[in-house]
Design a binder for this molecule. Sequence first.
Ligand code: IMP
Length: 427
Amino acid sequence: MPIIAVIGAQWGDEGKGKVVDLLAEKAQVVVRFSGGDNAGHTIVNHHGEFGLHLVPSGIFYPGVNCIIGNGVAINPAVLLDEIDQLQGNGVDTSGLFISDRAHLIMPYHTLLDGLEEQSRGGKAIGTTRKGIGPAFADKTARLGIRIGELLDEEAFLERLRPILEYKNTILNKIYGATPLSLDEVYQQYCRYGERLVPLIRETTVMLAEALDRNEIIILEGAQGTLLDPDFGTYPYTTSSSPLAGGGCVGAGLGPTRIDRVLGIFKSYCTRVGGGPMPTELKDETGDLIRERAHEYGTTTGRPRRCGWFDGVAARYSSRVNGLTNVALTRLDVLDTLPQIKICTGYKLDGQTIDHFPGSITTLAKCKPVYEELPGWQSPTSDIRDYEKLPAQAKQYITRLEGLISCPVSIISVGARREQTIHKTPIL
Ligand code: IMP
């Protein structure tokens, strides 16, 4: 039975939540493997509309085990809020588990994220200010605290004491901020622990057992490939890997176990925060897309930068993830446009290039080379059968498949579960 990794293939916000929610119907396990509550996965189903930040999108199916993997950084206050909201809406959360190795976002992480951004001035990354960068920096610097450490309160205090002292020095001496109280942070996290400790497991064992039972496991990505610290537009990136490879590390599975890598692409591009975006439209078409698709961040409410589909970035994303299938979302957003452009190359210093540069200075100089296709100018939201799509829409999809070198299996034409066209089977 397959393990399928569901990966954001652009700059995040591609609609992974909806796709995972759809696929989870056939799965037994869904694992979030990277990021933290910087992610916002919007899901609309019979329970209502939810903006999930940490809980895997499979939670709406009773019997599906939802794991927050070791690769996630958890803000316990956000997680508990999310659990309360789900339960308040009648969603059974008894299948939710957390890896003992997942790192905690501490109050100094969120404080430092804001202070660091402020100090960058005009060069701010535009982070979500959820403490993600500082938490993953601490993980790598071996200064992080893992959720499993809440199992032993005394040991947790001994670990927290010197770390907090060090963080307070930075907060106070560098940024002039008020130091945090050891007792308050300790008590607060012990209280979180009282509710979260029962959910903590050695989740790699759970996954191994699920594999032994031949179950379907979905690795749920967060953010997108172009925000990866290695392969994204560094330093305008996030701080953990949203790639399929990150899925192995962030869940605790070997790469040989993954059978399918499903890349989620919007039918156009969006980006939140700073950093280059070659196909950005700073005109009325960009505004039209933003308003029609309500392109505002689920986590921060910030307006998203909108632009045409970037075929160069898409091909690159397909390559570094090893995509086997594509889900194309929000096709309906393009329904009214008379003409649709696709970027097929970049013009750089008089030459046309077809690869995505590693340097943002170079990328910022790239001008998109466009191919123009006719729009279909008719509604697609009620279509469920690929053959019933307008000819121009099929032409657009076929051209994208050619550029990405990967078949489109799912087409999403609206936020609701049923507003989906299954072109070729994945599971
Ligand atoms: P951070 O992950 O909060 O540190 O933010 C770093 C960059 O990633 C910023 O440009 C954010 O806007 C972007 N980012 C982080 N999470 C998401 C997401 O879920 N969707 C889109 N962009 C994101």
